[in-house]
Design a protein around this ligand. Structure first.
Ligand code: FVH
Length: 299
């Protein structure tokens, strides 16, 4: 049976932290029958006036519905909260952030207990979830039948994107996106550090920085194409040799401004290493070629 807004089946939500509470409120506002449980009971009881049924224990919450949604601190908390409960015939959706390995292990764990399982990664903050045009979305992977059956319910708080039947893939995409975000935050932080102490207000740099980062967004698609083709040289406009030479300017400016290069030097070092390995072969490449060194380092 496909879930629609006219057949709102009950769901249970375990975990009412900042994110879980917002999720609960969006389902309640959309008139979904909702049972909630939280370790700190006051957070669950606060939702009763909005229509939530409050479960005294995780077992009571799990028994109340076929769809069980988890939004807990981490994977070990999921394991401890669900320990010993009867999950036979349940559909478990895990919105708790974890690693791909944890997602796969939790899927196997759920299957052993007779449950269907989907792991998920929430791409958004609590303020973005449930807000019209808030921009949040949730990555899902694992049981496609579960996802399709409950899609309408899952789309109430935020848009849903199914990324495959490997239960580890939602976490993989999630961590990839978050990792890119922190690289971006690092570069932005370095840029603002450079102007500190100068007669430049952060608000003067900010619009130029936003515009520049937007213009550099092409690197996402071009890198994907180069990794697919393994062609790092065709159509290169700013080659590795030039960029390594220019990186000296970045490092000297950081030194002159009294700013540690620690947030940008790892990528600059990687470019230099790629070039120095074989200047003739790699000097004409796009910088995307440098990332081929990363896997070797982690092994
Ligand atoms: N908040 C955010 O911006 C991000 C957005 C992206 C996704 N993350 C992940 O979502 C999960 C929940 O995040 P949260 O923001 O709700 O986190 P907290 O407010 O810290 O709430 C944690 C809940 O977990 C419960 N909990 C913690 N430890 C235990 C335990 N040992 N046994 C039972 N429950 C536990 C906690 O209960 P309480 O402290 O209220 O009693 C909260 O319900 C998370 O994976 C993020 O990475 C959020």
């Amino acid at each position: 049976m496909t879930d629609t807004h006219t057949t709102k089946r009950p769901l249970a939500l375990l975990g009412l932290g900042d994110m879980g509470t917002v999720l609960a409120r969006t389902w309640l506002a959309a008139d979904h029958p909702l049972t909630v449980w939280n370790r700190t009971a006051a957070k669950a009881e606060a939702l009763a006036p909005e229509g939530a049924r409050v479960a005294a224990t995780p077992a009571e919450a799990v028994a109340s519905a076929g769809l069980i949604v988890l939004c807990l601190l981490d994977d070990s908390t999921v394991g401890s909260v669900l320990e010993g409960l009867d999950l036979t015939g349940k559909d478990v959706v895990n919105l708790t952030t974890g690693t791909p390995a944890e997602g796969r292990a939790r899927a196997a764990w759920a299957a052993e207990r007779g449950a269907r399982f989907v792991d998920a990664g929430i791409m958004g903050t609590p303020a973005m979830v449930g807000a019209p045009d808030g921009g949040a979305y949730v990555l899902y992977s694992g049981s496609l039948p579960l996802f399709e059956e409950h899609r309408a319910t899952l789309e109430v708080p935020a848009a849903a994107r199914f990324v495959g039947e490997d239960a580890g893939h939602a976490a993989l995409y999630d961590v990839a996106l978050l990792s890119a975000m922190y690289g971006l935050f690092g570069g932005i932080s370095h840029a603002f550090a450079l102007i500190e102490g100068e007669d430049v207000a952060p608000k003067e740099l900010a619009p130029l920085l936003s515009e520049w980062l937007g213009a550099m967004g092409f690197f996402v698609g071009s890198t994907a194409e180069r990794l697919t083709s393994r062609d790092f040289t065709s159509g290169v406009v700013s080659n590795l040799a030039m960029q390594v030479a220019a990186s000296g300017t970045l490092l000297r400016t950081a030194a002159d401004q009294g700013v540690s290069p620690e947030l940008i030097s790892p990528y600059l070092d990687l470019m230099r290493e790629r070039l120095e390995a074989d200047p003739a072969a790699h000097g004409g490449e796009d910088t995307a070629g440098a990332l081929t060194l990363l896997h070797r380092r982690s092994r």
